[in-house]
Design a protein. Structure first.
Length: 219
């Protein structure tokens, strides 16, 4: 006869939560690995030239493994394209929502965006090349991420203007300039170039601030 008491309900719930979290973490790692390999093949062969079988072969897994995590090749493409756009929107929103001086928040945002774009440059290349193949609902989600990013950057810049930290005639123009200078890094940055990712992030932050900071008069 087992006389051991049953674990308290709170402990049982906590163990169940830990198991669920572990399961979700493992599933996310598997999805990320699929997306990484798919992005490489989409980049090398194009969306039309890549099959789920080819993704499975490069991963050295059976095709059903991929189908467990993604409904279709278009679903995989949506995952590839959504990774970076969702992140950059969140980075901008986080900095716009913080309090305090705006200058260091803008510098931190550009710095982090630069590093993430460099890290995810293959994902972004696939996004800009293959977005015409996205399902309509995925395209709408990604377009919403773009709008979130633009709104957050515009809000941050306007905060700087209102605080007297920035001299900006047209916030909407500067928003697009910052978006362009960070996003298009994927097209021209080379890891074996003169600047490391960290050095490039520092330089991009400096350039962004140099466009908009109020300077004291000389003399």
């Amino acid at each position: 006869m087992n006389n051991q008491p049953s674990p308290p309900v709170a402990v049982s719930d906590e163990l169940a939560d830990l198991r669920r979290k572990h399961h979700l973490d493992v599933a996310d790692l598997k999805r990320t690995r699929i997306l990484d390999v798919a992005s490489e093949l989409f980049f090398e062969l194009g969306y039309r030239g890549t099959s789920i079988d080819a993704i499975a072969q490069r991963l050295d897994v059976a095709k059903p493994f991929i189908c467990t995590h993604f409904k279709s090749k278009a679903d995989i493409l949506a995952g590839v394209c959504g990774r970076t756009t969702a992140f950059v929107a969140s980075v901008a929103e986080d900095q716009a929502a913080k309090g305090g001086p705006v200058r260091p928040r803008l510098a931190a945002m550009v710095h982090e965006l630069t590093l993430r774009v460099i890290q995810g440059r293959v994902y972004l290349a696939v996004y800009f090349r293959e977005e015409m193949h996205l399902p309509a609902d995925a395209y709408r989600r990604l377009s919403n991420n773009r709008r979130r990013f633009d709104r957050a950057v515009s809000s941050l810049l306007q905060q700087g203007v209102d605080a007297g930290e920035f001299d900006i005639a047209h916030v909407s123009v500067v928003t697009q300039v910052i978006c362009g200078m960070t996003t298009w890094l994927f097209n021209w940055y080379r890891p074996d170039g003169a600047l490391s990712p960290e050095q490039m992030a520092d330089e991009m932050s400096r350039l962004a601030l140099s466009m908009i900071e109020i300077r004291a008069p000389r003399g």
